[in-house]
Design a protein around this ligand. Structure first.
Ligand code: PBG
Length: 327
C-alpha cells in the first residue's frame, strides 16, 4: 500500500470555482480611495510625467475623473490642492475659494454618495515646501497646529466627510478634533496618517503636488523607515487624540507595519499605495516586463491581506473596473 500523505493542498486549487470558494481575501472597489490633484482654472488637465494616467486638473475635469471612479464603484476620493500662490505660512490651505474648497462643494453636489476626504498638510501651500511653518531651518510643531486646524475646519465647512492630516506634527489630531468640534463639525471624521515614513517612494507625488522641499528633507518629522515599534506608539497617540481611522504609508514596502497596526487596533486601518509604488508598476508595464492588470491587482491584494481595510491608490478606478469584469 502506498503511503502518500493524506493532505493534498492541490485538491482545493483544481478549478476556479473551488479556488473562489476558499479564497481568504477579496478586493472590493468600495474600499478603494482615489487621490485627486486639483488646481485653479477650468478645462485644465496637466499630466504628471512620472505617474502615467494621473493628472493635475481643474475642478470641472476633476469631476469627470470622480464620476468615472464612482461609476466603477470606488468608495472615495482624497483631495490634494495646488494653489495659485504659495507663501511662508501656506495660507492658501484654508482659502474658502481655493481649488480644494470648490472641489469638495462640487463633489458633494454632483456625487453625494462618494466619500470625500481632504488631505490636511501645508507642503503644497508653503513656498519652502515643508509641511509646516519654519523656525530657522526646522518646522515649528506647535505653531503649525492652529494652521492645520484651520485647514481642516475649512474642508469640513465645505462639506468634506473626512479630513486626513498627513503632516506628521505631534498633537495635530487632537488640535483638529478640538477645532472641528468647536466649529460645529463633530460628525466629520479624522483619518490620521498615523504612520508615515520618510520615504523615497513619494518622489513622483512631489511633482504631482508641486511640493518638494526647497531645502532639507522631511526626516525631522516623518518616521525613520527602520522603526516598527514606533509605529504602534504613533497609532496609540493618534487614537487617544480622537482619530477615527489610522493609515500606514507607504504600503507595499511596509506590509509588516500594516499587519502590526491591524493587530493593535479595532479601528479601521488604511494603507496608502504611494506614487512611487504606482510608478514602478506602470514603468515595468510600459516596458512589457509586467502584466498590468495582474500586477496591479496582486499589489492591492497583498495590502488587503496584510490587514488594510481601505486602500488609497492611484489605480482605484482601473482596479475597480478590472474587478467588475473579472468576476
Ligand atoms: C504630504 C503628502 C505626501 C504624500 C501624501 N501627502 C508627500 C510627502 O510627504 O512628501 C505622498 C503620496 C504619494 O507619494 O503618493 N502632504
Amino acid at each position: 500500500m502506498t503511503r502518500f500523505p493524506r493532505s493534498r493542498p492541490r485538491r482545493l486549487r483544481r478549478t476556479e470555482a473551488l479556488r473562489r470558494l476558499v479564497r481568504e481575501t477579496r478586493l472590493d472597489a468600495a474600499q478603494l480611495v482615489l487621490p485627486l490633484f486639483v488646481r485653479p482654472g477650468s478645462r485644465v488637465r496637466q499630466p504628471v510625467e512620472a505617474m502615467p494616467g494621473v493628472a493635475q486638473t481643474s475642478v470641472d475635469e476633476m469631476l469627470r475623473d470622480a464620476e468615472a471612479a464612482a461609476r466603477a464603484g470606488v468608495g472615495g476620493v482624497l483631495l490634494f490642492g495646488i494653489p495659485a500662490r504659495k507663501d511662508p505660512t501656506g495660507s492658501g490651505a484654508w482659502d474658502e475659494k481655493g481649488p480644494v474648497a470648490s472641489a469638495v462643494r462640487a463633489l458633494k453636489r454632483d456625487l453625494p454618495d462618494l466619500v470625500v476626504i481632504g488631505d490636511v498638510c501645508l507642503c503644497e501651500y508653503t513656498d519652502h515646501g515643508q509641511c509646516g511653518v519654519l523656525e530657522g531651518e526646522s518646522v515649528a510643531n506647535d505653531e503649525t497646529l492652529p494652521l492645520l486646524a484651520k485647514m481642516a475646519l475649512m474642508q469640513a465647512s465645505a462639506g468634506a466627510d473626512v479630513v486626513a492630516p498627513s503632516d506628521m506634527m505631534d498633537g495635530r489630531v487632537g488640535a483638529i478634533r478640538q477645532a472641528l468640534d468647536a466649529g460645529g463639525h463633530a460628525a466629520t471624521a479624522i483619518l490620521s496618517y498615523a504612520v508615515k515614513y520618510a520615504s523615497a517612494f513619494y518622489g513622483p507625488f512631489r511633482e504631482a503636488a508641486e511640493s518638494a522641499p526647497k531645502v532639507g528633507d522631511r526626516r525631522g518629522y516623518q518616521m525613520d523607515p527602520a522603526n516598527a515599534r514606533e509605529a504602534l506608539r504613533e497609532v496609540q497617540l493618534d487614537l487617544a487624540e480622537g482619530a477615527d481611522m489610522v493609515m500606514v504609508k507607504p504600503a507595499g514596502p511596509y506590509l509588516d507595519i500594516v499587519a502590526a497596526v491591524k493587530r493593535a487596533t479595532n479601528q479601521p486601518v488604511a494603507a496608502y499605495q504611494v506614487s512611487g509604488e504606482y510608478a514602478m508598476i506602470r514603468a515595468a508595464v510600459e516596458r512589457g516586463w509586467l502584466d498590468s492588470e495582474r500586477a496591479m491587482l496582486e499589489s492591492l491584494l497583498g495590502i488587503r491581506r496584510a490587514g488594510a481595510d481601505l486602500i488609497v491608490t492611484y489605480f482605484a478606478t482601473e482596479a475597480a473596473n478590472a474587478l467588475k469584469s473579472g468576476d
